[in-house]
Design a protein around this ligand. Structure first.
Ligand code: GLU
Length: 302
């Protein structure tokens, strides 16, 4: 009989895994073991402008080296493009999204013109002013035949489509209310889909019941919940764990070479020690600033 609970680790192959990703993969595995849940691996490789197949392979090898064990074969998100296109069609039928032809420059200029953001800097962070939302249907259809476009969520229309109130649930059973506030991109101009849409469709298709991921993604959970609702998908529970930080209190990032799993493995780090250190000792802080320091504490016993 299939277990009722299922979680996943979903890295993007835009570089080698670093210790921050390892921390997330381990917390997710620990949760699965504690709850006797299934643990799946999904490679989120839809962005062909940034993802590389050799990083996908390296991620799989490095996770195996670390002692992460998942059920079944890893799922490659890029093989699911048809499912994402079907989801876009469904959202379009509901008029929950509209095509947007604007370039970044046009958006910036429009924001400045409308004086909602008087400075260049404000324009870069301001929300999309809804230019293409106002296009007549026949004009949008005409332009769709001749120009590239992104898909944006029509937040005003979505407010009509949502039951009030809509919320997502965290691991303590607390509800977080969701409000569609601006017209986010749901399908990118260059790749036709977005992280938000792909993650929601695949979590639904794979029957994921619990999502354990870093706090940096919590701000997107509202939009994920909205998409689940519009696409008729079940709502998983979310646990956003604190991120691993370096000695200066900055979050670990791909630029720190000595924090890459691949480099640690080549240098002779002991994966059991690394696992134990991350789960039991580090308390969210990666204290090492060089590979020498890493090896002093986590090197293979002698
Ligand atoms: N692919 C995403 C990332 O690497 C994580 C997706 C998720 O856990 O929702 O940041």
């Amino acid at each position: 009989m299939k277990p009722a609970l299922r979680t996943r680790f979903a890295p993007s192959p835009t570089g080698y895994l670093h210790v921050g990703n390892a921390y997330s993969a381990l917390l997710c595995q620990q949760w699965a073991e504690t709850h006797q849940a299934e643990y799946l691996l999904r490679i989120e490789d839809i962005d062909h402008t940034r993802c590389r197949p050799h990083y996908s392979q390296a991620i799989i090898e490095d996770l195996q080296w670390l002692g992460i064990r998942w059920q079944g074969e890893p799922l490659f998100q890029s093989e699911h493009m048809h499912a994402f296109r079907q989801a876009i069609d469904r959202l379009y039928e509901q008029k929950a999204i509209y095509p947007c032809f604007c370039s970044r420059r046009e958006i910036r200029e429009e924001i400045i013109r409308s004086a909602s953001a008087p400075h260049q800097h404000d324009a870069a962070t301001a929300h999309y002013p809804g230019t293409c939302r106002k296009l007549a249907a026949h004009e949008a259809e005409r332009r769709m035949r001749i120009a590239p476009y992104a898909w944006r969520l029509d937040s005003a229309r979505v407010r009509e489509l949502l039951p009030a109130p809509l919320s997502w649930l965290d691991e303590h059973g607390r509800h977080h209310a969701v409000h569609p506030e601006h017209d986010l991109i749901i399908g990118r101009k260059d790749i036709g889909v977005s992280y938000h849409l792909a993650v929601v469709v695949d979590d639904g298709q794979q029957g994921i019941t619990h999502i354990i991921r870093g706090k940096d993604l919590q701000e997107y959970t509202g939009i994920h919940r909205i998409l689940q609702h519009l696409l008729g998908l079940p709502a998983p529970r979310y646990h956003h764990h604190p991120l691993l930080h370096d000695t200066q209190g900055r979050r670990l990032a791909k630029r720190d070479h000595s924090a890459e799993l691949r480099a640690m493995r080549a240098a002779g780090v002991c994966p059991q020690r690394l696992r134990h250190f991350l789960l039991q000792e580090c308390h969210g802080r990666w204290p090492f600033q060089s590979m020498e320091e890493v090896l002093q504490t986590l090197g293979k016993p002698g």
